[in-house]
Design a binder for this molecule. Sequence first.
Ligand SMILES: Cc1cc2nc3c(=O)[nH]c(=O)nc-3n(C[C@H](O)[C@H](O)[C@H](O)COP(=O)(O)OP(=O)(O)OC[C@H]3O[C@@H](n4cnc5c(N)ncnc54)[C@H](O)[C@@H]3O)c2cc1C
Length: 428
Amino acid sequence: MGQRVAVLGAGPMGLAVAYQLTQDGHYPVVFEADDRVGGMTASFDFNGLEIERYYHFHCISDHAFLQALGELGIADKMRWVETKMGYWYQGRLQPWGNPVALMKFRGLSLMAKFRYGLHALLCTKRNDWLPLDSLDAVSWIKRWVGKEAYEILWRRLFDYKFYDYSDNLSAAWIWSRIRRIGRSRFSLSREKLGYLEGGSETLLQALKDAIEIAGGEIRLKSPAEKLIIEGGKVVGIQVAGQLEIFDRVVSTIPLPYVPQLMPDLPQDILSQFAAKKNIAVVCVIAKLKRPVTENFWLNTNDPEMDIPGLVEYSNLRPLDKHVVYVPFYLPSEHPMFAEPDEVFLSKVRTYLKKINPRLCDEDFIDVRASRYRYAQPICEPRYLDTLPPVSLPVKGLWVADTSYYYPEDRGISESIGFGRQLAKIVVI
Ligand SMILES: Cc1cc2nc3c(=O)[nH]c(=O)nc-3n(C[C@H](O)[C@H](O)[C@H](O)COP(=O)(O)OP(=O)(O)OC[C@H]3O[C@@H](n4cnc5c(N)ncnc54)[C@H](O)[C@@H]3O)c2cc1C
């Protein structure tokens, strides 16, 4: 018989849980704090352009995502593009992302190039992540590529994404990112990335429609306030001060919110959730009259720029105007996170004009910033051992977020795939 199940969070994972539940004949009720579905993939009105707050691209290995598109009848909205990468280093823009670019790269010795290239190549060939699970990423990379290549090509990526956490990151987790991008290619020298016509909103709407048509419910502006547990069993959730009765609850909201939402969990489990660290993001989006570069992805190593790189999204997905995202990743406790948006907007104007001196103030049509406090879990070595089980020792409760598909990095496809598997165990 069909079960009523509460799902907390309407990001890709929550929607995937609800979608799979409806496919299996159940009745999910999704509670979402925001006024729209999507979580990190949600869109906003950027001066007449409906676009994601945070950039999204897809790789050919995004199997769960591609499968969902097929089931939802929107596979024809998928586009694959040959994209270019660049590197901004020593005040110069250089091609990047393929063996020829590496060999021609100025400012790096031949030996450093060879070691960097070999490491990247072997990462794309590797399948077994367990030997990397207990290693720290920085030492692992330094051992392979050497000090020179680490300092020039890697250090700033770590410094400006993970700050003080850089020294204790899992090598398996960093490897999975190298492999994902490295394997998304037409050939060794040609990168292949994808986007959806209409952006992530196309997927979100299709999922939302499929859930609602099948009898599921999605309640927006409905943050779950407290999980009610009695006698070791879930009895419901408190929403807007009211008790909503459920004997099955699946939470997909970021783990750092869990202790305040579920204070009656056993103390050891609460401590495990409370110990989880995340990186926040202030992501600036700029709409421009002219391009910054021809690249989709541009890594930066410039002492005057506190960013690891930028994404020129319109070089992947054709848009009327040029659109660039500049993410500032930083721990939410970092004093810079408290700076007003204008500080970040002003930095971005300066950085873009430095990279492309032809850009002038009049070329900036609009610039905005979006913030997500828990944008990225910080995964230390042996990360999975530090997580409580998805199925908690409270009858009727399952808790997960993007950390749970470690060593994969957080991604739409991974959240969808994980969410659908989760739905299967909730109603056994
Ligand atoms: C800058 C940036 C760039 C990215 N680029 C890519 C990319 O190129 N490709 C890719 O595949 N992925 C990318 N991602 C990652 C992708 O967006 C995430 O993996 C995905 O959105 C995670 O979905 P989720 O449902 O697991 O979590 P979330 O998207 O975090 O969803 C969680 C939801 O829970 C809701 N919530 C929180 N508290 C409550 C509460 N108390 N009650 C109810 N609801 C609550 C939130 O509002 C949110 O909607 C990027 C993310 C960022 C930030």
